[in-house]
Design a protein around this ligand. Structure first.
Ligand code: BGC
Length: 500
């Protein structure tokens, strides 16, 4: 075989291999039906009392955690409250002023979580919560020095704590960590009450005036802040035109919450349900923790790359398997694993003879960020120059034009699978709550936050496309309004603190 023939044969083999992978990433309408039906089944199971001997930590089903929030704000709430937000790569502390007219103002301080708190296995809860308390102290010094100076004599300042990890919530201001996600691995926090841990460190740092009165998840915050900021009444008809029904995050992690009828949350003790209903409460927010959908892999599409990422590379093997196919933390990791595999099969990046010779960034887990994929996704430059630059800058990886065409196909298959799967929980919740058949025209709003839904090019259109292919159908999809609800964690936590 001549060199040219050999080259052509390799190129054909690459195309064949890439097309096969893209096929494996396809989510068909039939799959959407199957997943949506299974999601509804799992939601129902998660609302019922657990089987004997099962706990949220041991169970592989949907956690469906009652959030102890029983009402939605209407935008008239007022007050100045503190909010702290730990959820991904940053810790944020804010002072939120709710103006009572759907608007708010906010002062905030954001700090990157130091890498050693994420990577080092010897880190303890005191290290992490000590860091949060020190950042809170810096914030108080800058924005509330008078209160700080008064010490014990100050009027307590109410703080809402957005803690965006699975927590077994026991009341509005207490909950124990079920397990870490998104990279944390501090073993001694698991099973502990995160409000107590934070409050103790605040005390230790001389802040008795800061009282953590509410604990919330970022999805709950997104839902509440969306309710607060959206003026969803139509002045022309003086009727409500659409109702917020879901709060969701598609960012580093993924998750959502919705309002469920208290009567249906049968895992809440009967006395508590009776008491709430007597008080006139009918609904409670459920934090679905949908990252953990189908941890048993009965229906989720699974490729060999998903298995390696979960079992060998993630910090929580066997859990959050839906998140590992959908969220921003994993999109780049899926591509990285595919590229290394195609290289090992002699199909791509053949200028490197062995795996050891590949650029270190390409062989290091979680070094390829979803931001790089977002550049490749929409690259229409000649010879895919943007892609070339992006891969050079992020991974120091040179590529040929033909390789880049294949890489772009892979990127699009990965993001499409993510967006199609993202439609499943939304369709399932809308069907389960019958939201599209209620009220005037059944229009619904979904408050969304997170880097993927906000910035990944085409993500929202692909998600909508999948909603139309799902059991909701095109007619149902048209009634769904996806609204970006920015800053949910801060405003939502403040709203929680207000009612606590
Ligand atoms: C966590 C959720 C959180 C989501 C989005 C997931 O990894 O388990 O609690 O809401 O990320 O931040």
């Amino acid at each position: 075989m001549s060199f040219d023939d050999l080259h052509k044969a390799t190129e054909r083999a690459v195309i064949q291999a890439v097309d096969q992978i893209c096929d494996d990433f396809e989510v068909t309408p039939e799959k959407l039906d199957e997943l949506t039906a299974y999601f509804i089944e799992q939601m129902e199971k998660g609302l019922a009392p657990p089987k004997e001997g099962h706990t949220l930590a041991s169970d592989k089903g949907l956690p469906m955690i009652p959030a102890f929030v029983t009402g939605s704000p209407n935008g008239t709430e007022r007050g100045v409250l503190l909010a702290a937000d730990l959820g991904g790569t940053n810790f944020r502390i804010c002072s939120v002023n709710l103006h009572g007219d759907h608007t708010f103002s906010m002062e905030q301080m954001k700090s990157k979580i130091p890498d050693d708190l994420l990577d080092d296995e010897n880190v303890t809860s005191d290290d992490l919560f000590g860091f949060l308390a020190r950042r809170t102290l810096a914030f108080m010094k800058k924005y509330h020095p008078d209160e700080l100076a008064k010490g014990k004599d100050a009027n307590p300042m109410r703080l809402g704590f957005t803690f965006s990890y699975p927590v077994d919530q026991t009341s509005l201001n207490s909950g124990t960590l079920i397990r870490w996600t998104k990279g944390f691995r501090i073993a001694d926090t698991v099973g502990k009450d995160v409000v107590q841990l934070y409050q103790e460190q605040l005390r230790a740092q001389g802040m008795p005036m800061v009282k953590v009165v509410a604990l919330t998840n970022d999805t709950v915050g997104t839902y509440l802040s969306h309710c607060y900021t959206s003026d969803n009444t139509d002045s022309m008809t003086s009727g409500e035109i659409s109702e917020p029904v879901i709060g969701c995050i598609f960012g580093t992690g993924t998750n959502g919450c919705y309002m469920e009828e208290i009567n249906k949350i049968t895992k809440l003790p009967q006395e508590l349900r009776d008491k709430l209903i007597k008080e006139g409460k009918t609904h409670m927010i459920i934090n679905v923790e949908w990252g953990s959908f189908d941890n048993e892999l009965k229906h989720l599409p699974t490729t060999k790359y998903d298995v390696v990422i979960d079992q060998k590379l993630s910090t929580n093997p066997g859990f959050h398997l839906f998140e590992k196919r959908v969220s921003g933390m994993f999109l780049g990791e899926v591509l990285r694993n595919i590229l290394v595999d195609l290289h090992s099969q002699g199909l791509l990046l053949q200028q490197y003879r062995t795996k050891e010779q590949l650029p270190r960034h390409l062989t290091t887990p979680f070094q390829l960020s979803s931001e790089v994929l977002s550049h490749i996704e929409i690259d229409d430059s000649t010879g895919l120059r943007e892609t070339e630059l992006s891969l050079l800058q992020s991974l120091r990886l040179p590529t040929t034009p033909t390789e880049r065409v294949q890489i772009q196909k892979l990127v699009r298959a990965i993001s499409r699978r993510s967006a199609y799967l993202a439609a499943v929980p939304l369709a399932a919740i809308l069907i389960k709550t019958n939201a599209l058949n209620k009220r005037y025209h059944g229009e619904v709003e979904i408050g969304c936050d997170g880097s993927v839904v906000e910035y990944y090019p085409g993500f929202r259109s692909m998600l909508r496309h999948a909603l139309a292919l799902s059991p909701l159908g095109a007619e149902g999809e048209r009634k769904v309004h996806l609204k970006i609800a920015k800053d949910g964690s801060g405003v939502g936590a403040a709203l929680c603190a207000l009612v606590a």
